[in-house]
Design a binder for this molecule. Structure first.
Ligand code: PLP
Length: 410
């Protein structure tokens, strides 16, 4: 991190014709979400060009229709949806998209609507009960469907991830063989899927999980057509700089090639965070300063849920008229609601003279940030602006996009 900051004047700003600083100049009273379509496009292209298989977008990370259209235009054809609400939304936004209903526990009515009304053929499951449900819900006049792709979700370790997804879902070892067997009989294509947990900081997470896949295939001796390695691909945050994504892709490719599966088997992944973290940031105003605490106008009930509840750190930059010449120091943030829980510990590193009336850009909020806003306590009405300067950090094309310093001078 930069202990001394450089001022990044508009003249030296990397690309933009319109930047977060331009928006700050208008002195917005409400928080403003800054959208960077070019960053989402770049992430999509990266996965489409370099992941050695098919990349599905995990819609829960950010279901914004604008983003869905950007990803579709860039070539993302398959979408991982987890609720009937997401099924309807993506179907409405992208009529030709392939939807994969990857929540292992679904309402029977949701399965039926997805299959009959929205053309969804791909479902995940982790119990024999769910298999029965899917078979029942997709049958026509007593005839079982013959066009299902069924992916059995394995339980794998989340030890390399910042966010565990290990305890809630995943087939029980005692049932796994029967489940793979039953799903094979009920499906056109049989798959195995897993999720190593979100923000997996080591590619080894995927190698370990692929070992579980291998054991399951050998044990059940079934033919498997799809291996879906799920999401978990990291993005970059202060104190969490992951290895390059290529290292993940290489390990996954090598492990996939070594599996006892047919030559025509497909490899899938379901990135959420990695495709959209850089898509959005947030411009907030400091309403009050108390020592090293800044009271800002967005928080835990807005786009900063993870900063409040999981201690997630995000990159920040002071955006103000006058260049700051002070050193940086660590701040924590309070959000605008009357709730003590509306506190983001950070630390967030900003110039020591940051004060009420200043604007701060908080980066990397495109995934699990803007998607989680509420209107609790009358806050949360925000405006949206499209900008084309670089995101505050990037995993993609670092050479052309230097990580920005903590201060942007207007
Ligand atoms: C949340 C989720 C994803 C996306 O995870 P990221 O960590 O954002 O990449 C993918 N697949 C499933 C089944 C999920 O629940």
């Amino acid at each position: 991190m930069h202990k001394h900051h450089r001022a990044l004047g508009l003249a030296t700003a990397p690309t933009g014709t319109r930047s977060g600083a331009d928006i700050a100049k208008t002195r917005p009273v409400q928080p403003v979400t800054l959208l960077r379509p070019h960053a989402a496009r770049r992430a999509a292209r990266f996965f489409l060009d370099r992941f050695p298989g098919r990349s599905l977008y995990a819609v829960k990370a950010n279901p914004s229709p604008d983003l869905l259209k950007i990803l579709w235009d860039e070539g993302v054809t398959h979408y991982d949806v987890a609720s009937i609400g997401e099924v309807r939304l993506v179907r409405e936004t992208l009529p030709e998209a392939m939807l994969c209903f990857m929540h292992p526990v679904k309402a029977e009515e949701a399965i039926a609507e997805a299959y009959f009304d929205h053309g969804v053929k791909t479902f995940s499951l982790d119990t024999l009960e769910e298999l029965d449900k899917i078979v029942r819900a997709t049958a026509t006049g007593g005839e079982a469907a013959t066009d299902l792709n069924l992916l059995v979700r394995l339980q794998v370790s989340s030890k390399h991830a910042k966010y565990s997804l290990a305890s809630k879902f995943g087939a029980d070892a005692s049932e796994l063989k029967a489940l793979l067997f039953g799903a094979r009989q009920a499906s056109d294509a049989l798959g195995i899927c897993f999720h190593v947990g979100s923000q997996a900081m080591s590619p080894a997470a995927f190698a370990d999980a692929m070992e579980r896949v291998r054991d399951a295939i050998v044990e059940a001796s079934v033919t498997v057509d799809i291996i879906d390695v799920g999401g978990g691909f990291p993005s970059t945050y202060p104190g969490m700089e992951p290895p390059p994504l290529e290292a993940y892709f290489q390990l996954i490719h090598a492990a996939f090639e070594a599996l006892p599966i047919s030559y025509s088997a497909e490899l899938w992944c379901e990135p959420g965070r990695a495709l959209c973290a850089e898509y959005a940031s947030l411009l907030v105003r400091v309403e009050k300063r108390r020592g090293d605490e800044l009271y800002i106008n967005d928080g835990a009930y807005g786009a900063l849920f993870d900063a409040a509840h999981v201690g997630w750190r995000f990159p920040v930059a002071l955006v103000r008229e006058q260049e700051s010449v002070t050193k940086c120091m660590d701040f924590s943030f309070y959000g605008p609601t009357c709730d003590d829980l509306d506190h983001m510990a950070g630390p967030f590193e900003l110039p020591a003279d940051t004060k009420a009336g200043d604007y701060v850009e908080i980066g990397m909020l495109g995934a699990y940030g803007c998607a989680m806003r509420t209107t609790f306590n009358g806050f949360g009405v925000d405006s949206v602006e499209i900008v084309d300067d670089e995101p505050m950090a990037t995993l993609y094309g670092a050479a052309s996009a230097p990580t920005r310093s903590n201060v942007v001078t207007l």
